[in-house]
Every structure is written in structure tokens, then in C-alpha cells.
Design a protein around this ligand. Structure first.
Ligand SMILES: Cc1cc2nc3c(=O)[nH]c(=O)nc-3n(C[C@H](O)[C@H](O)[C@H](O)COP(=O)(O)O)c2cc1C
Length: 368
């Protein structure tokens, strides 16, 4: 009830103000904790209570990790955090596409910087919570817009923040920082991974390294990224970030805004990229995290069926409110039971064709 009221009021605010209000609300850790079926999954040596996570971008400054975990998520990815504070792009920079169940953002890594995030995370640790206690914390890092050596920014941010994280994500797929996505080419990717590893060595800790990819990749790019990720022993790939494409059929006037599109229109595109990536990774290679347009249990299930070990969402939470994650997790558990699979490992990769996986999961949900 309290959540429904808060979510209803948030929809009346401009999107950036609604986002700030949501972060403030979760910071205070109010609201009921849902009672959820455990769907445990072991990924990159970490034990997740369920496969659903909050994608990066919601909590860019590590302000409310525990409030977000209380919504039912098995993990929360904080960030993108940059070494230095930066304001991001001029406002307005985030737009609802209400009729399309989508958002366009061009925040441009507005961040209070790694020192502010580290200070908050250190306080969290002092008060008894910390990595691997009551939920997995990923920290997603990126480069400052005006950095002369963007690759080095990843090393610096990893070195400062890895001690607070269960896993690290190198974000090279935001469309809102000029040149960032060029890091996805094989040669640059090798340098980036080396920078991430150097950061971990400086921090004196071992952490799984994940890399977050754009959906706007040609098959040859996907091939090269997969080969490099395997050769370099990357722990995981997150597919995908927002898209610069504007799929046919968008109805909202705000669809013309520049930036990355997320939500429903990204669902099929990101699931196809995920499936293409899965088809190029050997067993025992990097794990996959499916993100893009997930708003229901069947959509999460289809991403697992094509090969994801974990699933993340953000836009549907913003559009539908804080009860959504619990609904997705319960529905996912019910769909797995209806399919006769007992755990994520048994479901993962069972239907490698993206269209068939989506059809199967949707049909299962419709017949439930
Ligand atoms: C407003 C907004 C801000 C975002 N900021 C980031 C970010 O800072 N770093 C990042 O890796 N992804 C960011 N993303 C991308 C999401 O993490 C996610 O990959 C993408 O939105 C697809 O999932 P969704 O359709 O469930 O939102 C952002 C998305 C939105 C909507």
C-alpha cells in the first residue's frame, strides 16, 4: 500500500526528480520486505539468493544498496562510478516514453566520484553490513568525460572500490560518453581488462571482472569480444546496456531525444545479442548476465533459457514501481516449476534460439 502510494506520486514528477525521490526513499529502507522463493544460483564463485539484480544507473553514488536489496533483488550493481566527480550532461537528460514502456537517458555519468562512494561504502561496512552479507554488491566503473587516459580511469576506480564489491563491472557501453564504446574493439578490450586487473592488484583483492556491452554490436564485434573475453579469462559479460537505435513503431514524442533507449523496445534486441554471445562462448567460459527490457517473470526466464545465469532490470522498476522485482522473482519461480526445472543451472541455455526461447516462456506464462 505504502509502495503503491509512493510509486503513484513518483509518476507525477519529472523523471529525474522521480529518480532522486526513489533513491531517497530506498535510502531510508522503509517498506515491507517480500517473502520470496529462493532461486539460488552460484555465479563466478558467488552465491546469489536469486538471479534478479538491479542494473547499474539507479544507484550511481552507492547511496542505497541495502534499500534496493530489500525490494527482493539478489544483487545490486552500483554505479557507473567515475574516478572524479562530474556533473553529467545538461538537464533535461532523462525522458519517459510512456506509451512505449521505455526511457531515453543521456545522463552522461553524473557521479559524485569514487571517493564519495567509497566513504559511503566504508560507513556501510562499519555499521555491520558489507559485501556478501544479505545480497551481492557489484560496482560498475567508468571513465570521466574529460579524461586524457580513459583506460587508466578504470584502473584507478577499480583500485579504490574493489574492496567494497563482490564483483566489478567495467562499463564500456554507455552511449553518453564520447569514445567510450570504442573500448569494445578487441585490442582496446585487452588493454581495458589489463587495466581492471592492475586495479585489482593495487587493491590487493581478487574479484570477478564483468564487462558490460552495448546492444548495437555487429556479429563480427560479438565474435571478437567473445574470443577476447575467453582468452583473457573474463568472469562475465553483461548484455546489454541501452541502445542508440530507435526501433520502428515507437509512439512517444520523446522518442526523438538523443541518448540510450531502455525498457520494452530493447527487450528483443538485447535478448538476440545475448543469444548470439551465448552461442560463441564455450562451457566454462565467461558467464552471461542478461539485461534489457525485462518487466516480467517470463521475460527473465527467456534470457536464462538462451544462456544467462543472472538477469538485471532497471527501467521497469522506474515505470512500474517497487513491487515489480518481487513479482518477477515469484513468477520466474512458478515458470521454472511449470517447466519442471529445479534450478537456474538446469534451465540455462536450454533454448539457444532467442525467438524460440521468448515464445516458449511467453506461452508458458499465458497458460499458467
Ligand atoms: C536512467 C538510466 C541510467 C542508466 N545509467 C547507467 C549507468 O550509469 N551505467 C550502466 O552501466 N548502465 C546504465 N544504464 C543501463 C541499465 O543498467 C541497463 O543496462 C539498461 O537500461 C537495460 O535494462 P532495462 O531495459 O531493464 O533498463 C542506465 C539506464 C537508465 C534507464
Amino acid at each position: 500500500m505504502i509502495w503503491r502510494l509512493a510509486a503513484g506520486m513518483a509518476r507525477l514528477l519529472p523523471p529525474e526528480a522521480a529518480h532522486r525521490a526513489a533513491v531517497m526513499t530506498l535510502r531510508h529502507r522503509i517498506g515491507p520486505v517480500p517473502d520470496l522463493p529462493p532461486i539460488t544460483v552460484s555465479v563466478a564463485g558467488l552465491e546469489f539468493t536469486n538471479p534478479l539484480g538491479l542494473a547499474a544507473g539507479f544507484d550511481k553514488d552507492a547511496a542505497c544498496p541495502d534499500g534496493a536489496l530489500r525490494l527482493g533483488f539478489g544483487h545490486v550493481e552500483l554505479g557507473t562510478i567515475t574516478p572524479h566527480p562530474q556533473p553529467g550532461n545538461p538537464r533535461p537528460r532523462v525522458f519517459r516514453l510512456a506509451g512505449d514502456r521505455a526511457v531515453i537517458n543521456r545522463y552522461g555519468f553524473n557521479s559524485r566520484g569514487m571517493e564519495a562512494a567509497a566513504a559511503g561504502l566504508a560507513r556501510r561496512r562499519e555499521t555491520g553490513r558489507g559485501p556478501a552479507q544479505g545480497g551481492i554488491i557489484g560496482i560498475n566503473v567508468g571513465a570521466n568525460k574529460t579524461s586524457a587516459a580513459p583506460t587508466d580511469d578504470y584502473r584507478i576506480a577499480v583500485a579504490r572500490l574493489a574492496g567494497f564489491a563482490d564483483y566489478i563491472t567495467l562499463n564500456i557501453s554507455s552511449p553518453n560518453t564520447p569514445g567510450l564504446r570504442d573500448l569494445q574493439t578487441a585490442d582496446n578490450l585487452r588493454l581495458l581488462i589489463a587495466a581492471g586487473r592492475a586495479g585489482l592488484a593495487e587493491a590487493g583483492c581478487e574479484r570477478p571482472l564483468f564487462i558490460k556491452l552495448a546492444p548495437d554490436l555487429a556479429p563480427a564485434d560479438i565474435e571478437a569480444i567473445a574470443a577476447t573475453a575467453v582468452a583473457e579469462g573474463v568472469a562475465g559479460l553483461i548484455a546489454t546496456n541501452t541502445t542508440i537505435a530507435r526501433p520502428d513503431g515507437l509512439r512517444s514524442a520523446t522518442a526523438v531525444e538523443a541518448g540510450g533507449l531502455s525498457g520494452a523496445p530493447l527487450y528483443a534486441l538485447s535478448t538476440h545479442v545475448l543469444a548470439e554471445m551465448a552461442g560463441r562462448l564455450p562451457a566454462g567460459g565467461p558467464v552471461l548476465v542478461g539485461a534489457g527490457g525485462v518487466a516480467s517473470g517470463w521475460q527473465a526466464y527467456a534470457k536464462i533459457l538462451v544462456g544467462a545465469s543472472l538477469v538485471q532490470l532497471y527501467t521497469a522498476l522506474a515505470l512500474e514501481g517497487p513491487e515489480l522485482p518481487a513479482r518477477v522473482i515469484s513468477d520466474l519461480a512458478a515458470l521454472m516449476a511449470a517447466d519442471g526445472v529445479t534450478d537456474i543451472a538446469a534451465a540455462r541455455g536450454q533454448i539457444p534460439d532467442a525467438d524460440k526461447a521468448m515464445q516458449h516462456a511467453l506461452r508458458l506464462a499465458q497458460s499458467a
